[in-house]
Design a binder for this molecule. Structure first.
Ligand SMILES: N[C@@H](CCC(=O)N[C@@H](CS)C(=O)NCC(=O)O)C(=O)O
Length: 230
């Protein structure tokens, strides 16, 4: 049995973050695709949030852990992956800030803007899951897409600044989290600024197959939803 078991959904960028990390770190892991199985009692017991990625490892007090950034932080802490998650408190604070900004502010906008096209269920409490009519739902999607520009600018000017990556000259776990998330904007033909395309390429180039191999699942899924119906 592998040291780590990662329960995943292959088209998901939340999952892609952890999938890239375990590969970049060279860890002993197995992946279990839980598509259509998140309602099963055995899974709910381990993951009452019913959100993936989910990491299972005997050393965890609860046996399992969800939230992509928490999983990456834990694995970096456990294996001393300082190059991906700096130990200097100030440098680490910037990486943490970039990740929390993504999950707390940027990702909800990305989900609102892209999930209708991707065919993913939206989160409870969103306009898309309410009784609102289709016009209002479409408006919420357009509003979210328009709102992406500000956090993108903030990420560029503040977290990247003159550096290639949030971590400076080499990618950190914050770069993994940001780069994979930007993949979804390709589903909606979002007019990504030039710097963002260059940034995604730089992260992928630096991480090589650890990034490209699992990213192919997300890219394949996006291509499938964009393909004209036969
Ligand atoms: N903030 C969480 C988000 C996790 C999340 O939303 N996971 C989605 C996949 S993208 C999920 O499992 N959704 C349940 C479903 O699709 O039924 C993280 O970063 O891990």
């Amino acid at each position: 049995m592998a040291d780590y078991t990662l329960s995943i959904l292959t088209p998901s960028v939340n999952n892609l973050s952890a999938r890239v990390l375990v590969r970049a770190a060279g860890l002993d892991f197995e992946e279990v695709d839980v598509w259509g199985r998140k309602d099963e009692p055995e899974f709910v017991r381990k993951d009452p949030a019913q959100l993936t990625p989910l990491l299972e490892e005997a050393g965890l007090p609860t046996g399992s852990l969800w939230e992509s950034c928490a999983i990456m932080q834990y694995l970096c802490n456990k294996h001393g992956l300082d190059r991906l998650y700096p130990t200097d408190p100030a440098a680490r604070a910037v990486v943490d800030s970039a990740m929390f900004y993504l999950t707390g502010t940027f990702y909800p906008l990305v989900a609102r803007a892209t999930y209708p096209t991707l065919g993913f269920p939206q989160y409870a409490g969103e306009v898309a899951t309410s009784g609102a009519d289709d016009d209002l739902k479409a408006q919420a999607q357009r509003d979210a897409e328009a709102a992406l520009e500000q956090p993108l600018d903030a990420f560029h000017s503040f977290f990247l600044g003159d550096n290639r990556f949030v971590g400076g000259g080499a990618p950190s776990i914050a770069d993994i989290r940001w780069a994979v998330t930007l993949e979804f904007l390709r589903a909606i033909d979002y007019d990504l600024p030039e710097w963002a395309g260059e940034y995604m390429n730089a992260v992928e180039e630096a991480l090589g197959a650890a990034y490209s191999e699992p990213a192919a699942d997300v890219r394949g899924y996006i291509a499938s939803v964009r393909a004209p119906a036969a």
